[in-house]
Design a binder for this molecule. Structure first.
Ligand code: SAM
Length: 508
C-alpha cells in the first residue's frame, strides 16, 4: 500500500491523486485551499532564507542528473547548495538499489550522518531515489535518523514534504508517475566542471530484465518533450558547456509522441505517429543545432539500437564515437533467462554493423557473472564473446539477487559465491588485456582531447577524454579547461593514455 503520510491518505485508493498531487473536488474549496497552500509555502520559503542543502549521489548517471533537478526545486524553496555536511540544514542522499552493496553503502553513510545529527538536532535527513522507492516506509522504520523519503517521480512534491519535516513530522512520497519527466525544470548543476553536463531525455524502463530492479524503482518508460531537451541544451551552450550526455535507462527506445508512457504508442493517432520523434531523430536535431558541442548518450540496449542511430552517429562529427552497449552475458541460455530480448548472434551482428559504419568506434559493456544456473560453458561463452568484440572497457559485476525481481521470485541464486568471484575475476582480467590492447594501438597517434579537469595524480597535468571516451593526461602548458586540444600519445596503461599537446584542435 502506498501512503502519503503528510496527507494521511491511501493513494492507491484515492481517485483524485494525479502526479503526486491530491486534488480536492469542489473548485471553490480548491481555490481557497490552493491559495492557503501557496501562502504558507511563501512564508516557509522566507523562513528558509539562508538555509543550506547538502546532496550526495550514488549509482547511475541518472541519479546524478536527478540530484541537479532536486537542487533546482529546492533553490526555489530558498535553499542554497553546500558541499559541507557540517554547514547543512538538510542532508539528502540520492540512492541506488541496483546491487545489495549499493544499499549497504547508503546505510553506512546514514550512520555517518548520524554524528552530525547528534551535534545539530534540527538537521533533517532525507533519502531520495531508488532505495526510497524500493523500501518506502520501511526506511523510516529501520533508519531512525531519516525524516524524509522521496521516490524518483515525486521530487516536485518537495515543497509540501519540507513543510512537514519542518513541523518535526516524518514525510514520504513514493508515488510513481506515468507522465513525469521534469522537462520543465532547469537543473542546477552540482560539482560541475563547466565543461560537460547530463541531460535526461527519458525516465523509467519497460525492459523487465529479470535481474533488474529499475522498472520497479523508476516506473514505466516515458520520453521527454524534444523541445524542452533542446531548450536545456541551448542554455548549456550559452553557458559555454562543451559536451552533453543524453541520459536514459534505454535511450534507443526514446519516443516522443506527445507524452505519456511508451506502451501507449500503440493507441497513438495517425498525426501523433507521423510527427513522432525517435532517438535517431533527436540525436540528429541536437547534433545539428550544436555543431560545436560534443554529444554523448547512455545507456543503449542492444534490442532497441537501430541502424539509423549508428548512421546518425557517423553523419555528425560532433556525436562521439563511443557506444556503451551492455550485453550482460555471452550465452544464449543465460540471455533468455535474463529476458534480454536479443541473442548472442544478434548482438554480434549489431557490433559488426557498428564497426562497419563507424570504424574505430569505442565500445564498452556491462557484464554480470554468476546469474542463476550459469554453467561453466555459459561463462566460457561470455569470455569468447568478449574475445570477439574486444571491448575498450567495461563495467563488470557479480550477480546480486534483488528482492521482488522476477529472478529473485522464480530462480535460485545457485552459483556459489566463490565461483561468481572467480568468474568475475576472469572477466575483469580479460577486459584489462583488451583495454591494454586498445591503449597500445593509440601510442604514436594524434587524438583530439576535450580538457575536463586537473589530473588526479598531478596538478601539472590536464585530464580529458577523446571522442572514443579514452582518458588522456598531458602537461598543462597554456591550455585551459574546456579547450579541444590535439595530443600525441606517448605512453599507455590499460586505463589511461599519456601524451603531449600539439595545438588547439580544429576538430572536436
Ligand atoms: N539500462 C541499462 C541496461 O540494462 O542495459 C543499465 C542498467 S543498470 C543501472 C547498470 C548495470 O548494472 C546493468 O547493465 C547490469 O550489468 C548491472 N546490474 C543490474 N542489476 C544487477 C544485479 N541484480 N546484479 C548485478 N548487476 C546488476
Amino acid at each position: 500500500m502506498r501512503r502519503d503520510k503528510h496527507f494521511n491518505v491511501d493513494l492507491d485508493k484515492d481517485p483524485n491523486f494525479v502526479n503526486g498531487e491530491v486534488t480536492i473536488l469542489s473548485p471553490k474549496k480548491q481555490n481557497s485551499k490552493s491559495k492557503k497552500i501557496i501562502e504558507s509555502q511563501k512564508i516557509a520559503k522566507e523562513n528558509r532564507y539562508g538555509k543550506k542543502v547538502y546532496i550526495e549521489s550514488y549509482g547511475c548517471q541518472m541519479n546524478f542528473s536527478d540530484s541537479e533537478i532536486v537542487a533546482s526545486i529546492l533553490s526555489k524553496q530558498g535553499f542554497k547548495n553546500t558541499d559541507k555536511i557540517s554547514s547543512a540544514d538538510l542532508v539528502l542522499i540520492n540512492t541506488c538499489s541496483i546491487r545489495d552493496k549499493a544499499e549497504k553503502t547508503v546505510r553506512n553513510r546514514l550512520h555517518h550522518f548520524n554524528s552530525f545529527k547528534e551535534k545539530n538536532r534540527s538537521l533533517k535527513i532525507g533519502i531520495m531515489g531508488c532505495m526510497a522507492e524500493r523500501l518506502k516506509e520501511k526506511l523510516l522504520e529501520e533508519e531512525k535518523i531519516v525524516d524524509l523519503v522521496v521516490g524518483p517521480d515525486a521530487y516536485k512534491d518537495f515543497p509540501k514534504l519540507l513543510e512537514e519535516i519542518e513541523k518535526d513530522r516524518e514525510a514520504i512520497n513514493v508515488i510513481l508517475s506515468k507522465e513525469e519527466t521534469y522537462g520543465d525544470i532547469n537543473p542546477v548543476r552540482i560539482n560541475s566542471n563547466g565543461v560537460g553536463a547530463f541531460v535526461s531525455i527519458m525516465r523509467g524502463c519497460d525492459n523487465m530484465c529479470t535481474f533488474c530492479v529499475v522498472p520497479y524503482t523508476r516506473g514505466r518508460e516515458r520520453s521527454r518533450d524534444p523541445k524542452s531537451i533542446l531548450k536545456e541544451i541551448n542554455q548549456l551552450s550559452k553557458e559555454d558547456y562543451k559536451e552533453v550526455t543524453l541520459l536514459g535507462q534505454n535511450v534507443d527506445s526514446y519516443l516522443w509522441f506527445g507524452g505519456g508512457p511508451k506502451k501507449d504508442f500503440k493507441k497513438a493517432s495517425l498525426l501523433q505517429r507521423k510527427t513522432a520523434v525517435d532517438f535517431s531523430k533527436l540525436l540528429g536535431l541536437v547534433a545539428s543545432e550544436h555543431p560545436k558541442m560534443r554529444i554523448r548518450f547512455s545507456t543503449s540496449n542492444p534490442q532497441d539500437m537501430s541502424i539509423n542511430v549508428i548512421k546518425t552517429m557517423s553523419k555528425y562529427e560532433n556525436i562521439c564515437n563511443h557506444i556503451h552497449l551492455p550485453v550482460q552475458s555471452g550465452s544464449n541460455s543465460v540471455l533468455e533467462k535474463m529476458n534480454r530480448k536479443h541473442t548472442r548472434e544478434e548482438y554480434i551482428e549489431l557490433i559488426d554493423k557498428i564497426k562497419e559504419i563507424i570504424p574505430g568506434c569505442g565500445i564498452s559493456h556491462d557484464m554480470i557473472a554468476g546469474f542463476p544456473d550459469e554453467k561453466e560453458k555459459d561463462h566460457k561463452e561470455t569470455l569468447s564473446l568478449m574475445e570477439y568484440v574486444k571491448y575498450d572497457f567495461g563495467f563488470m559485476f557479480s550477480y546480486s539477487e534483488r528482492p521482488g525481481t522476477p529472478a529473485a521470485r522464480k530462480m535460485n541464486d545457485n552459483v556459489p559465491e566463490e565461483i561468481k568471484k572467480r568468474r568475475l575475476q576472469e572477466i575483469i582480467s580479460l577486459q584489462q588485456l583488451h583495454s591494454r590492447y586498445h591503449s597500445d594501438l593509440m601510442v604514436g597517434k594524434k587524438v583530439c582531447v576535450l580538457i575536463e579537469k586537473s589530473s588526479k595524480r598531478s596538478d601539472e597535468f590536464w585530464s580529458g577524454r577523446t571522442s572514443q571516451n579514452n582518458v588522456v593526461v598531458f602537461p598543462k602548458e597554456n591550455y585551459s579547461v574546456g579547450d579541444f586540444v590535439d595530443v600525441v600519445i606517448k605512453e599507455a596503461t590499460s586505463a589511461t593514455l599519456k601524451g603531449n599537446a600539439v595545438a588547439i584542435s580544429p576538430n572536436i
